[in-house]
Design a protein around this ligand. Structure first.
Ligand code: FEO
Length: 176
């Protein structure tokens, strides 16, 4: 198979940066929840942070496997403070929608380049984004019910549920 094209490799390196930024952002959100004494939410975001790192590694490994040069780009400092758990959940949902747009852009480029191997690899991400958006949206909707005194009970119930969510992790050492 021909090595990956320069334009495609550059775009995938850019995506590795976004996946790692997502990991950094979600870890920052996890720290926010830890400080807010919501360990279940902190666990949820920590698991998300690990998954994003795995996403980045998947693309990083792919670039190398295709004979490209994996170039690591600078990662921005993520946001540090939020006004409420609902604001965080909304930010997760918005961020996932942005990532979906980036993945779709990569699909368009791979189509243009007639790069079938990259298209095939990206299919996993297309499906993953459907799930990620649905999960974030579900938590936004649940948190919208949290208001007033009875809302506190709902918040703690949700915190307990999220704390029990098992990580859907695959090893980061090898994405194969
Ligand atoms: Fe890697 Fe949540 O997108």
């Amino acid at each position: 198979m021909a090595p990956i094209g320069e334009r495609m490799a550059k775009a995938l390196n850019e995506q590795v940066k976004w996946e790692l930024f997502s990991s950094y952002l979600y870890l920052s959100m996890s720290a926010y929840f830890s400080a807010a004494k919501l360990p279940g939410f902190a666990h949820w975001m920590r698991v998300q942070a690990q998954e994003e790192l795995m996403h980045g590694m998947k693309i990083y490994d792919f670039v190398i496997e295709r004979g490209g040069r994996a170039e690591l780009l600078a990662i921005d400092k993520p946001r540090f403070e939020w006004g409420s758990p609902l604001e965080v959940a909304k930010a997760v949902y918005d961020h996932e929608k942005k990532v979906t747009g980036l993945i779709n852009g990569l699909v368009d480029l791979a189509t243009e380049e007639k790069d079938h191997a990259t298209l095939n690899m990206l299919q996993w991400f297309v499906e993953e984004q459907v799930e990620e958006e649905a999960n974030a949206s579900e938590i936004v909707e649940k948190l919208k019910m949290v208001s007033g005194e009875r809302g506190i009970g709902v918040l703690y119930m949700l915190d307990r549920d999220l704390g029990e969510r098992p990580p859907k992790l695959q090893p980061v050492v090898s994405a194969k």
